[in-house]
Design a protein around this ligand. Structure first.
Ligand code: NAD
Length: 502
């Protein structure tokens, strides 16, 4: 197994190979800076080889009966279960999230594997009557070809699974480019796919940066589908680069997710939901709650309970017992998060707790940031508008539900949203009026289940969804088939005897 050594390679056409240029980069754990491994710093030439392998494999893979393709993913799901603890421990070391969350990340991949394996026996299309006699109509899902899957580091097993498993079950082949902060987990993911029995060339991994590897994948003429999860800026660049070939582009981008707390809410429950959603994964989730919109009657009480809860959280390496909040991913992320504390102060928001890089107390050289709460935040402040992607949340005061919904919707993103209330009428108004791909009632902004569509409105994406049945629309094209068994030429809309006649 490639993980027995500390030097790793690309996987192209069923072979583990170095980058053509021979260059490498290192992956370091964010909690201690430990060296995780050395990986190929690939370039366009490596992408071209991987696409060639995937294109060749497509010709056979698309003809494997879909239920048989699905069976490989039952095996893959089982391998993930068998390896769950091992992969979760790797995740805690390489990416930093606390071990319970790392196990959850792997579990998402198990869930999607079993769900999509079943799709091998469904992949439902439609049959429908014809307007003409002796004619049969149906629509079927067709695979498209080579899928380029580009992923971030924050869900290093779950997100690749959300993309690659449905893509492959549908009969496509893939070239996978994981984030350079979590290459070992990408590697492990592909090793397990290989072990599950995927034929050579069906999945390929090419390590390296967005500029060299990602961009080549996006522009490659033999890659008709690109699925990217990343920042808004990367999404715009990818969409532009893919435009010349009119590729199918599926984008899952940023969020600025609100939790609304109304005067009648269960405050204990709301605080639990906010703490989990704002500070879980150190706030590095696309669905993190970076805004808390509180009605005036509960604002002060909520604020003091939230600050107390944030201050109780224990920072440390994710593998230690009792740690609630792990490190952020790297130095650049730490600096960016801290710079937003300065932005919030300069804008006149009130820093209630946190707002500093944490060190000492066994934190070593890790990239730790104190859970941070700003109060008296105005909806148009930058800390209430821009994605910080760290453990920072902003309290905004509103008078009623109408204002809460206006504020919640007043950002460019529309991924997740939540409301805490005991009033069913208000809950239903929020379900209808919050412009977001996901709304939770009496729960925080995180907790997606894989059999429902996942994704966002507005600038969180471009109208597609991951997971659930909706994912199949990204990875297949519809074909409509008309079978005329009348033995004569029948012209649609013309030879429709009796139809539309008085
Ligand atoms: P990022 O945009 O920096 O990188 C994402 C991936 O894109 C990486 O693999 C990177 O190498 C690659 N990339 C960068 N530039 C590229 C280019 N020009 N062409 C092709 N590929 C390129 O994002 P990140 O820092 O890894 O992740 C954090 C972001 O991801 C946040 O904005 C977060 O909200 C978002 N995210 C969204 C979801 C979702 O489902 N909506 C889920 C998780 C994370």
């Amino acid at each position: 197994m490639a993980t027995a050594t500390k030097t790793f390679r690309n996987y192209i056409g069923g072979e583990w190979v170095d980058a053509a240029g021979g260059e490498t980069f290192e992956s370091h754990g964010p909690a201690t800076g430990e060296l995780i491994g050395t990986f190929p710093k690939s370039g366009p030439e490596d992408v071209d080889r991987a696409v060639e392998a995937a294109k060749a494999a497509f010709e056979e893979w698309r003809l494997v009966p879909a239920p048989k393709r699905g069976e490989i993913f039952y095996r893959f799901g089982q391998l993930l279960i068998d390896q769950k603890e091992d992969v979760a421990q790797l995740m805690t070391r390489e990416m930093g999230k606390v071990i319970a969350e790392a196990r959850g990340d792997v579990q998402e991949a198990v869930d999607i594997s079993f769900y999509m394996a079943g799709e091998g026996r469904r992949l439902f299309g439609h049959t429908t009557p014809s307007e003409l006699p002796d004619k049969f109509n149906m629509s079927v899902r067709m695979p498209i070809g080579v899928v380029g899957a580009i992923t971030p580091w924050n869900f290093p097993i779950a997100i690749p699974s959300w993309k690659l498993v449905p893509a492959l079950v549908c009969g496509n082949t893939a070239v996978f480019k994981p984030a350079t902060d979590t290459p070992l987990l990408g590697e492990r993911f592909v090793e397990l796919l290989d072990e599950a029995g995927l034929p050579k060339g069906v999945v390929n991994i090419v390590h390296g940066g967005g500029g060299a590897v990602g961009d080549r994948l996006v522009r490659h003429p033999d890659v008709p589908v690109i699925t990217l999860t990343g920042s808004r800026e990367t999404g715009v660049a990818v969409l532009r680069a893919a435009a010349d070939n009119l590729k199918h582009v599926h984008l899952e981008l940023g969020g600025k997710n609100p939790i609304i707390v109304l005067d009648d809410a269960d405050l204990d429950l709301a605080v639990d939901g906010i703490v989990w959603s704002a500070f879980g994964t150190s706030g590095q989730r696309c669905t993190a709650a970076s805004r808390v919109i509180a009605q005036a009657g509960v604002y002060d009480e909520l604020q003091s309970r939230l600050v107390a809860a944030a201050e109780r959280l224990r920072l440390g390496p994710g593998w230690e017992d009792g740690v609630d909040v792990g490190p952020v991913i790297n130095r650049a992320a730490l600096d960016k998060i801290h710079s937003y504390t300065g932005v919030g102060r300069d804008e006149g928001a009130q820093l209630l707790t946190g707002g500093e890089i944490a060190s000492g107390d066994g934190l070593g050289d890790g990239f730790f940031y104190r859970p941070t709460v700003f109060a008296e935040v105005e909806p148009d402040m930058r800390i209430a508008q821009e994605e910080i992607f760290g453990p920072t949340t902003a309290l905004i005061r509103v008078v009623d539900l109408d204002e809460a919904i206006r504020v919640a919707n007043g950002v460019r993103f529309g991924l997740s949203s939540s409301i805490f209330t005991r009033d069913v009428n208000k809950a239903f108004r929020a379900m209808r009026d919050l412009v977001a791909g996901i709304t939770y009632v009496n729960a925080g902004t995180i907790g997606a289940e894989v059999h429902l569509p996942f994704g966002g409105t507005k600038e969180t994406g471009n109208g597609h969804r991951e997971a659930g049945q909706a994912a199949l629309d990204v990875f297949t094209e519809w074909k409509s088939i008309y079978v005329d068994y009348s033995g004569k030429l029948q012209r649609a809309q013309i030879d429709t005897e009796g139809v539309n006649e008085p």
